[in-house]
Ligand binder design. Structure first.
Ligand code: NAD
Length: 468
């Protein structure tokens, strides 16, 4: 295997030679990505089943079709996105051409996690390729079946002078990060996000950090508990709870908790049967380490639903915890598994305070029949994304940006936001060499009259001045 330094040198040379810039080249790479997804669908589903026991339904919905959708959107809009963007001008620049040029950064590094190992690798890749960059892709070593498919097959569909897959765990990725990249796109834990950002700082490399955290889910007293339970359970237990935007805990009154518990039990039984271990639709924990961590969390509070586990299969049952203390581990760290604690609050205001006393989450959910209540939660808090009366459906709208705020990350992507993330927005003004007599107003000797004229001419609102 080629040493990473040689790979980076090779890719950088291809970028300098301008290979990735033409729209035709970018489109060919995106088409290659589309073919990769089509030709290898079964292999991809098998890898997801082997790594996470992900069902074909969840694999199609949350990994394959989303990646295909992003490829199609980028291909449809590539030329429009690449176009220079004209901007309003002031009087002083009326005869000039002012525009934003979207330039590729150069050599981009994408580091991906294991929980949606296809989606979270390919969706950023679509943006990086569409924007005309050379790309080094570092899939997660933990989802090892998907890592193998990506390493062995994906390069066959892309131009290998501009694209490479590099493998490795923390140590190898740490070494890779010592190199200079022009942009780093990282998805993973806040702990590793800090390591990535510190490494990027050494080279002043810009970063996008797509991180995690605890996503609150407020349930107001006026809700139909069964409807809420269906929605919360599906989004919490999807992918066995290993979803960065899953509702992490429920905030509700003790009365609502009493109504929600049987409804959650009912939803879990309808979804996964009496013994969810036998359900083909319920996933498994990715690794022994994460299984042990989650088993530790089952000891927090009191188990109201589920609570069973089996180390041989890395199975943790869909679980609901009650009587949980804020100081317990399950309320201190991101759960990232099929466990849902319910925390009691006495009022909407107390719920908003509870949320605001903690780090800004990646996603926030509020359930109520009253749009006023949902809007109060929205207005009174901050988070990467927000969805009223459902789980992470906001992700399915690719005209919305996806990303965190504060401890849940920085930057955004999906759809055109991906293209913009991987493009430097270059401010350009093209002026004529004539008209020197007018431009002479700005030169010394300075006078109050010339200053007045210049200030008027440079005010962007004066561009519609009737003088022109
Ligand atoms: P992780 O941070 O452990 O690993 C992510 C990537 O970083 C992997 O490719 C891994 O090889 C690499 N890595 C690990 N340790 C490293 C080190 N010391 N130096 C350099 N690189 C290192 O995350 P994970 O366990 O794969 O994923 C789970 C986390 O990711 C959760 O916190 C979850 O919320 C978050 N996540 C966020 C999003 C999002 O879109 N915001 C999506 C999925 C997961």
């Amino acid at each position: 295997m080629e040493p990473p330094e040689d790979t980076l040198r090779r890719l950088r040379e291809a970028f300098r030679a301008g290979r990735t810039r033409p729209a035709e080249f970018r489109a060919a790479q995106l088409e290659g990505l589309g073919r990769f997804l089509r030709d290898n669908k079964q292999l991809l589903q098998d890898a997801l089943a082997q790594d996470l026991r992900k069902s074909a339904f969840e694999a199609e919905l949350s990994e394959i079709s989303i990646s295909q959708g992003e490829v199609k959107l980028a291909l449809r809009n590539l030329r429009a996105w690449m176009k220079d963007e004209k901007v309003p001008k002031n009087l002083a620049t009326q005869l000039d051409s002012a525009f934003i040029r979207k330039e590729p950064f150069g050599l981009v590094l994408i580091i991906a996690p294991w929980n949606y190992p296809l989606n979270l690798t390919l969706v950023p890749l679509v943006g990086a390729l569409a924007a005309g960059n050379c790309v080094v892709l570092k899939p997660s070593e933990i989802s090892k079946h998907m890592e193998k498919v990506l390493a062995e097959l994906l390069p066959r569909y892309l131009d290998q002078s501009c694209f490479a897959v590099v493998l490795g765990g923390p140590q190898e990725t740490g070494q890779l990060l010592e190199n200079k990249f022009d942009y780093i796109f990282f998805t993973g834990s806040p702990r590793v996000g800090k390591i990535v950002m510190a490494a990027a700082a050494k080279h002043l490399t810009p970063v996008t950090l797509e991180l995690g955290g605890k996503n609150p889910c407020y349930v107001h007293d006026d809700c139909n508990p069964q409807t809420v339970a269906n929605r919360v359970a599906w989004f919490r237990y999807f992918n066995a709870g290993q979803t960065c935007v899953a509702p992490d805990y429920v905030l509700c009154s003790p009365e609502m908790q009493e109504r929600l518990l049987p409804a959650l039990q009912d939803a879990i039984t309808r979804f996964y049967g009496d013994d969810p271990r036998c359900s083909p639709d319920f996933g498994r924990i990715i690794s022994e380490k994460h299984f042990q961590r989650l088993q530790g969390l089952l000891g927090c509070g009191r188990v109201a639903v589920g609570g069973q586990s089996d180390a041989r299969e890395r199975y943790i049952a869909p679980t609901v915890l009650v009587d949980v203390q804020e100081t317990e581990l399950v309320m201190q760290e991101e759960i990232f598994g099929p466990i849902l604690p319910i925390v009691n609050v006495r009022s909407l205001d107390e719920a908003i305070d509870f949320i605001n006393q903690r780090e800004k989450p990646l996603a926030l959910y509020a359930f109520s029949n009253s749009s006023q209540v949902v809007k109060r939660v929205l207005a009174g808090t901050s988070s990467g994304g927000f969805c009223g009366n459902d789980g992470f459906m906001h992700l399915s709208v690719n005209s919305l940006p996806f990303g965190g705020v504060g401890a849940s990350g920085m930057g955004r992507y999906h759809g055109k936001f991906s293209f913009d993330t991987f493009s430097h927005h270059r401010a350009c003004l093209l002026r004529p060499l004539g008209l020197e007599k007018i431009y002479a107003l700005r030169y010394p000797p300075y006078s109050p009259r010339n200053l007045r004229l210049l200030l008027t001419a440079m005010d962007v609102r004066s561009c519609s001045c009737t003088l022109l």
